[in-house]
Each structure stands twice: as structure tokens, then as C-alpha cells.
Design a protein. Structure first.
Length: 464
């Protein structure tokens, strides 16, 4: 079993690492009959224009010529300027219609680009890892923005998509044009674009035909009518603190909110059916989630490494809890599993990775609440966790803030800790049994009523 656990952790690590690894492109080696002219090497294309294949200069302010040795420059070739670290600004002549894959990859000092007014295509990884790039002003002529074309451009803050863009822009591909651009605060789309939109000033890019949200940021408000939050739509946006998912959304895609390390609050609504792979992986500020009753599947690694998560409600239609879905949630010490759950996958609940031992540890005193004869009991027994049959749990008493079946000074203390924003040992749902006046809020007056009850003083509410 130990070897199996280690293997599963290794596979999980490899799976998660792939999401980073395969965004780093392999450089493409091109065999050419290049012509050298000044600091440039170029090829002559079939239309008798030039494609720049290599730059041999070291200019910081680069104004690419519109012609080389009498040939009009129409294309920037693969790897042509890649890793040209000295370049901090570049002007691309109006004769250029295509910037090929990896053309400016890794130009880490590049801050500004003046695009050709006739540019149609920015291909895959064209400006990836240009971490100093501060702004991109796309021309109206642009039709295609390739996969990962601006991957890792962490200096970008504002993106405006012109009206003619229709190709790529992530839909149907794994890594989008702006994946890893974690400091973007504004996404806008030209109102005349027929393929994408940013309806209702939502600060997002939406695929119009499918109502799929492709890119969001810390300032995004997800509009009603959106049906899917696409893969990695909000990934790496570390300033995102709160998100409201409307009831029109049925799918939260793979890695959708991965590494949103400031995300504190998610408001789900009825309608959601799937939470996919690593959707909230490493959302380390999350403390509470309430998965709606419409959800059927919680994907593998969905809440992996949400290490401050301590209060989880799983909806009563969930059938599958994926591999390591709640692993490394070190503050989650108990969970209730509804009857609907048919399968709980390996390490889904109650385990944390111990890097010193290179093995999994169990969360101390982990308790699963469920029903006899269900997947909850099977998982608890197979993994040596506490199991409490909900059929044998008495109805909670009014005032029993810690859920131990008795009204004591501990209940007062739990309420006071909660009101002081201090760490409590009880989930919020149980704490609400101390809402003595039933107004839907825990307040100081509720603690006062409990104290008066324990002191055998008269109170106007029923406790116990």
C-alpha cells in the first residue's frame, strides 16, 4: 500500500507538472537557404517577398526594415528574434502580415512593440516569456492570436481584442494566448467582433457562440448566460479574492482557478454540474466551499493543496469524488458525504503529502460522516478513518455551537472565537446552531444568551 501511495503521488506530481512543463516550447530547428543582409538573415518566399529568419544584431531600439536587399519583408520567421535580450522596443513595418511561432520568445527586456498596421497573424508562442512587455496595441487587421502567443507576459495589464480576430484565442486548445499573464486587470473586446465579446463590461473574453468564458481576471464579473468557465480562465491571477458563479454555468474547466492564492470566497449557484481537474488547485486562502446540489462530478485534484480549507459541504447529487480531490487540505478534519456518492477515489480525502518522508500522512482524527452501506463508509473503513453513521446522529440542539450534544461554556467560547475572527474547531454550519434568536447571523447577543442560559438566568428563547 505504501508503494502504491508513493506511485499515486508521483503520478499526481507529474500530471500537475505537465501543466507547466508543456507550456515551455521546444525550439524549432529550420533548415534554410538564408541570405544575409546587414544584421538580418532572410528567405525569399514564393510571392517574392522576404521572411526574416534570424537577427544577428544587438540593438536595444529595433526598427525592423520594410525591405531587405530589395525584397519586401512580409513575415517574421520562427525563432527569428528569440532570446534577443538587449531589445527593449521594436517597430514592425507595415509590410509584415505574419509573426511566426517563437519569433520573439524570451526577449526578456522587450517593453514595447509597434505592430504592423497590416498584421494578420501572431502565431504560437510568438511573444511568450517577454516578461517586461507592458502593452500590446493590436491593429484592426489582426485575425489570429495563436496558442500561448503571450504566455508568461506578466507585465501586461490591459488587453483589447480588435473586431477581426476570429482564429485560435484558445478556444479548442489547451493553452491560451494569455495564459500566465497574471497581472492583467482588464479584458475588452471590440463590440463589432462577431466571434468574441466582453458583454456587460464584464472584464473577460467570452466565446460568443458557446457562451464560454475564456479569460478572466481579478476584476471580472461573470455575466448571467455564461455556460462554461474554460480551462485556465483565471489561473495564476493571484489578486483574485472573490468570485460569483451564476446559475447558468454548468462546467468549471480544468485548472480554471489554479494558483489563485488570494481567492477567499467562491459563491456557487444551482446549475453547476462539473468541477473539472485541478479547478481550484492551490487556492490556499479558501476556507469554505458549498458545492451545490446540481454537481455530479468533482474532478481529480479539484481542491488539491487548499490548505486553509476547513468547511466543505458536498451537494446531494454528487456521484464521484476524484483522485486526490481534497488531498493536502491539512485543516479539513471532517466531511459529510451524501448518499448519492457512488465512488471516492484514491487519496481523495484525509491525506497530506509529507515531503520529508516522501509519503502520504493521514490527517489526525479525520472523520467522515455518512450512511452505512455507502461509498463513505467503504472509504473510511478502507483507509482507517473515523466513520459516523448519520442515521445514528441525534438532531443538533439549539445553542450547541461545537456539535458535541451538550450546552457548555465551550459553546460560548466557540462563538466568541468566531466573532473575533479567531480559529475555531467547528465548521460554520455547526456554529450556526448557536444562532439563538434565529436571525441568520451569529452575533454577540447570541453568546450573551448562552451565558445567561448557563447561569440559569431567564431568556426569551429555547436553548437545548
Amino acid at each position: 500500500m505504501v508503494k502504491q501511495k508513493r506511485l499515486i503521488h508521483l503520478l499526481a506530481s507529474v500530471f500537475i507538472s505537465l501543466s507547466v512543463f508543456i507550456t515551455t516550447p521546444l525550439f524549432i530547428l529550420i533548415s534554410t537557404n538564408a541570405i544575409t543582409f546587414s544584421d538580418y538573415e532572410f528567405e525569399i518566399l514564393e510571392d517574392d517577398t522576404a521572411k526574416i529568419t534570424k537577427y544577428n544584431g544587438n540593438a536595444s531600439k529595433l526598427d525592423i526594415p520594410g525591405s531587405l536587399n530589395g525584397y519586401t519583408v512580409s513575415e517574421i520567421g520562427v525563432n527569428a528574434f528569440s532570446n534577443c535580450v538587449p531589445i527593449d522596443s521594436v517597430v514592425i513595418p507595415d509590410s509584415v502580415t505574419k509573426i511566426s511561432s517563437l519569433a520573439f520568445y524570451g526577449c526578456s527586456s522587450l517593453q514595447t512593440v509597434k505592430f504592423s498596421n497590416n498584421l494578420a497573424v501572431i502565431d504560437h508562442y510568438a511573444f511568450a516569456e517577454c516578461k517586461s512587455l507592458l502593452n500590446v496595441d493590436f491593429p484592426e487587421s489582426l485575425t489570429t492570436i495563436g496558442d500561448s502567443s503571450f504566455y508568461g507576459c506578466t507585465g501586461l495589464t490591459d488587453i483589447f481584442i480588435p473586431k477581426n480576430v476570429s482564429g485560435y484565442l484558445k478556444f479548442g486548445s489547451k493553452y491560451g494566448a494569455f495564459y500566465g499573464c497574471s497581472n492583467i486587470t482588464s479584458f475588452k473586446v471590440d463590440p463589432d467582433n462577431k466571434y468574441f465579446d466582453s458583454r456587460e463590461d464584464c472584464n473577460a473574453i467570452i466565446h460568443t457562440a458557446s457562451n464560454t468564458l475564456l479569460y478572466g481576471c481579478a476584476n471580472t464579473i461573470i455575466p448571467n448566460g455564461i455556460t462554461e468557465i474554460y480551462d485556465q480562465a483565471f489561473a495564476e491571477h493571484k489578486d483574485l479574492k472573490k468570485i460569483v458563479i451564476p446559475d447558468s454555468v454548468t462546467v468549471i474547466g480544468n485548472y480554471a482557478f489554479e494558483n489563485c492564492t488570494s481567492l477567499e470566497e467562491i459563491s456557487f449557484d444551482e446549475g453547476l454540474a462539473r468541477i473539472d481537474i485541478s479547478a481550484f488547485h492551490n487556492c490556499s486562502c479558501l476556507k469554505k466551499i458549498d458545492i451545490p446540489d446540481t454537481v455530479i462530478n468533482i474532478g481529480m485534484y479539484a481542491f488539491l493543496s487548499c490548505d486553509n480549507l476547513k468547511d466543505v459541504r458536498i451537494g446531494n447529487q454528487v456521484k464521484n469524488i476524484g483522485l486526490a480531490a481534497f488531498r493536502d487540505c491539512s485543516n479539513l478534519s471532517k466531511i459529510t458525504i451524501p448518499k448519492s456518492v457512488e465512488y471516492i477515489n484514491e487519496d481523495a480525502l484525509g491525506y497530506v503529502w509529507n515531503s520529508d518522508k516522501q509519503d502520504l500522512d493521514k490527517v489526525n482524527d479525520y472523520t467522515i460522516y455518512g450512511y452505512t452501506g455507502t461509498a463513505a463508509e467503504t472509504y473510511a473503513n478502507n483507509n482507517g478513518f473515523n466513520f459516523i453513521d448519520l442515521n445514528n446522529v441525534p438532531e443538533p440542539k439549539s445553542g450547541d455551537a461545537d456539535g458535541d450534544g451538550e450546552i457548555t461554556v465551550k459553546d460560548v467560547t466557540e462563538v466568541q472565537f468566531y466573532l473575533s475572527n479567531m480559529t475555531t474547531q467547528t465548521d460554520e454550519e455547526t456554529l450556526m446552531y448557536a444562532d439563538i434568536d434565529k436571525n441568520g447571523r451569529l452575533e454577540v447577543i447570541d453568546a450573551t444568551w448562552l451565558q445567561r442560559y448557563l447561569a440559569e438566568m431567564p431568556i426569551p428563547y429555547m436553548i437545548g
